[in-house]
Design a protein around this ligand. Structure first.
Ligand SMILES: Cc1cc2nc3c(=O)[nH]c(=O)nc-3n(C[C@H](O)[C@H](O)[C@H](O)COP(=O)(O)O)c2cc1C
Length: 387
């Protein structure tokens, strides 16, 4: 049935179609079950990652539900986790329209939305209406008019506001659509910023210990696919030492591999099929550099169970989708979940955790962790077990 719905939606302006779907999911969350029956994941796909239980590894990436208005409906699509945001301290309108383009021939999207969102206070009010079980991540950013040397204040303000509502917090320093944001991926800037966020999280956690339910949301960092191996590896090691709980790899790319669509030269971030291999490469680098000590959420161009499995074998414990969800609709989650279970069984692996990093671990054995991406066994030893 989704092909019919999609052909109607794809006749509309992309942003209008997006808003219609999101508001429909918010207004009648359960209705999506007409398009996609519930997902029943086998036990082999269950994992505990950064202290949270996931019945299967498929989640929704940030940016679709920036304000957290449709979390219940998105869980009804079958996702085991939903990342809302990017949210900024103050509301902001984002970039002028048009700013969202479908590249049909390439199964891709280019967007330059620019963190349009209702502001963190409103997002918190929306998240209080959450009714479904499932992990909710909140992706945090800075306002466009906040200078980079004051960016940490914005991330801290968002963290403080969402602390009790987020099952994890993702620091977004990798969107290409906020001028200068990706400069925050510079080590000299990023490491102190992340340390400040983690320190504040720990203070809030200490304070929450007197409550019935102490809360310590893991802090993740979302990286761009346009970093090179040396930068990814070095950032990974330093962020791991700073105490980060996980990585999300990756955001959209500013690169333009050969594309067919007329929209190929639109400025902004490219997502979908053309991003797949590059984001998987970044996962490999992260996994090799951290020795699998810090969980990775793989994201970028996942359309099929093979795509998801490739990211898992490269080192991802969890996988997010965005663009394929727009193209394939809600039955995608069920297809991917069942396809993943089949691939695990075909490889004779009892659980998903056994597949994580299997391909990357092999290449590390060949070059025992000392290459540009590797970390020596002694260094890894010091960093302790998997978080
Ligand atoms: C329209 C659109 C808006 C996005 N907005 C955000 C955002 O606000 N924050 C963020 O971290 N990522 C954002 N992303 C990036 C996605 O979360 C994801 O990292 C990227 O699209 C790659 O996954 P995909 O190929 O499955 O789409 C956005 C992507 C799209 C297509």
């Amino acid at each position: 049935m989704y092909p019919l719905v999609r052909s109607a939606l794809f006749r509309l302006d992309p942003e209008l179609a997006h808003r219609l779907v999101l508001h429909a999911l918010a207004a009648v969350p359960g209705a999506v079950r007409l398009l996609a029956p519930p997902v029943s994941p086998p036990a082999s796909l269950q994992q505990t990652v950064f202290g949270r239980r996931f019945p299967h590894p498929l989640g929704l990436a940030a940016g679709l539900d920036k304000d957290g208005i449709a979390v219940n409906g998105l869980f009804d699509c079958g996702f085991s986790f939903v990342e809302v945001g990017t949210v900024t301290p103050r509301p902001q309108p984002g970039n002028p329209r048009p700013r969202l383009f479908r590249l049909l021939e390439d199964q891709a999207i280019i967007n330059r939305m620019g963190f349009n969102n209702a502001g963190v206070a409103q997002v918190c009010r929306n998240l209080m209406r959450r009714r479904r079980a499932g992990v909710v991540g909140v992706n945090i950013g800075k306002n466009k008019d906040t200078p980079n040397d004051q960016a940490a204040q914005d991330y801290l303000a968002c963290l403080e506001a969402v602390f009790h509502l987020a099952d994890y917090v993702a620091i977004n320093v990798s969107s290409p659509n906020t001028p200068g944001l990706r400069d925050l991926q510079d080590e000299a800037v990023l490491i102190p910023l992340v340390r400040a966020v983690i320190a504040r999280r720990d203070e809030l956690y200490e304070a929450s210990k007197s409550r019935v339910m102490p809360h310590r949301p893991p802090v993740l960092v979302k990286l761009a696919p346009d970093l090179d191996e040396v930068s990814v590896s070095s950032l990974a090691r330093q962020l791991m030492a700073a105490g980060v709980d996980g990585f999300i790899a990756t955001n959209t790319t500013v690169a333009r591999p050969p594309l067919k669509s007329v929209h190929r030269d639109e400025p902004g971030g490219l997502s979908g099929r053309p991003l797949k291999d590059r984001s998987t490469q970044v996962i490999r680098w992260l996994y090799a550099a951290t020795g699998g000590r810090v969980p990775i959420i793989g994201c970028g161009g996942v359309f099929t169970a093979d795509d998801a499995y490739e990211k898992i074998r490269a080192g991802a414990s969890l996988v997010q989708v965005y663009t394929s969800f727009i193209y394939e609709g809600p039955q995608l989650v069920r297809q991917l979940v069942h396809g993943l279970a089949q691939r695990l069984a075909a490889d004779g692996l009892p659980s998903l955790a056994d597949a994580v990093g299997r391909d990357t671990a092999k290449s590390r054995t060949a070059a025992p962790g000392e290459g540009p991406g590797g970390t020596s066994a002694r260094e890894l030893e010091k960093l302790g077990p998997l978080r």
